[in-house]
Design a protein around this ligand. Structure first.
Ligand code: FAD
Length: 308
């Protein structure tokens, strides 16, 4: 703890990481995803987002990892898509300092059935003052706020409030069985009202209480109908989000963006998803891929192909 870092092996879950840090220190944390049973291996190598992750984003908080690339050499690079370059064995992560109290909020629906959820690193009094000065339109009230330690906020966000912390160590945690389709966009400028109206209409039409980026439905319901809805919502959002390329989040793998069959390695086809996931870095990553894994040993349906 002296250097405020921790080693985590790629086979650990996020819950195990959170739990082990909390065991050593109540003033340190590593902000990563919401669901404790998600694996560190794919999550960190793909980015990782969560409340407070913007400020303390783990992408900036990783150190040289241990890994083996396609040539069997040591990997010391950062920010690559997992599964394209090699196997990562462990990360040294930079911990962030957290105060004794964090405040979680969930207030009334803002529009349709959309809630404003947040995590504030501080007490409710300070948060209310800040929010009511800067975002009075959200109407945040004391009753919407719940103070707890950072580690308990991991339970809150994974819907395990009031459960013992040891639940974070459960690697086979069962969620309500659902089917899910994930699509993602990056909004780089504030959405205009017309976008909110369109989102509202579509949420009401689908009778959905779930967020539209990850559309979740009960197993057994008609899959085609829900997939169609997700794709229509994605098409509707296109004019309002990043363009040239329209960006996507690597950890919400979306095979609608294209994919390759086993053994295929077409760079021009991979541009379809590669530029969305990696933006202007895609070509450079494909050149690095050529250097470290020209046989494309580490390949999956959307991995980075080698080019010269
Ligand atoms: C219930 C749930 C909740 C989620 N919540 C969030 C969230 O809050 N925030 C967020 O950002 N994302 C979230 N995600 C997305 C999650 O980050 C990705 O699904 C991530 O890829 C999961 O990693 P994994 O190791 O568990 O999965 P895997 O399917 O095992 O791995 C994903 C990819 O990474 C590669 N990989 C895994 N380990 C290694 C390794 N050691 N070396 C090299 N490559 C490796 C795999 O080959 C695969 O291509 C969530 C996913 C689920 C299922």
């Amino acid at each position: 703890m002296d250097d405020e870092t921790a080693w985590v092996q790629a086979g650990a879950t996020l819950g195990e990481l959170y739990h082990n840090i909390a065991n050593k220190s109540d003033s340190h944390a590593f902000p990563a995803g919401l669901c404790p049973s998600v694996g560190v291996g794919g999550h960190i190598s793909g980015g990782g987002i969560r409340p407070s992750g913007r400020k303390n984003h783990e992408c900036e908080r990783r150190d040289p990892r241990q890994g083996i690339d396609g040539r069997g050499s040591f990997l010391g690079h950062q920010r690559r898509g997992g599964a394209s370059f090699g196997i990562i064995l462990a990360w040294r992560v930079q911990l962030v300092r957290v105060p004794p109290l964090a405040t979680n909020t969930q207030n009334k629906p803002i529009f349709a059935r959309v809630y404003f959820n947040s995590l504030f690193l501080g007490n409710a009094k300070d948060l209310l003052e800040l929010m009511n000065t800067n975002f009075p339109e959200l109407g945040l009230q004391e009753a919407d706020c719940e103070e707890m330690s950072w580690i308990n906020s991991t339970l809150y966000f994974s819907s395990y409030t009031n459960q013992p912390l040891e639940i974070l160590l459960n690697r086979t945690m069962k969620y309500k069985v659902n089917s899910m389709k994930g699509k993602s966009d990056f909004a780089t400028v504030p959405l205009p009202k017309s976008a909110y109206h369109g989102i509202n209409e579509r949420l009401v039409k689908e009778n959905s209480e779930r967020e539209f980026v990850q559309h979740i439905w009960d197993e057994g319901e008609k899959e085609k109908k829900h997939l169609k809805w997700s794709r229509e919502m994605y098409d509707f959002m296109e004019p309002y989000v990043s363009s040239s390329p329209q960006r996507a989040y690597l950890n919400y793998r979306d095979l609608d963006l294209g994919f390759q069959k086993k053994g295929e390695r077409s760079y021009s086809r991979a541009i379809g998803w590669g530029e969305k996931y990696f933006n202007g870095n895609f070509e450079r990553l494909a050149k690095v891929k050529k250097m470290v894994d020209q046989d494309h040993f580490f390949g999956d349906m959307q991995s980075i192909p080698p080019i010269s």
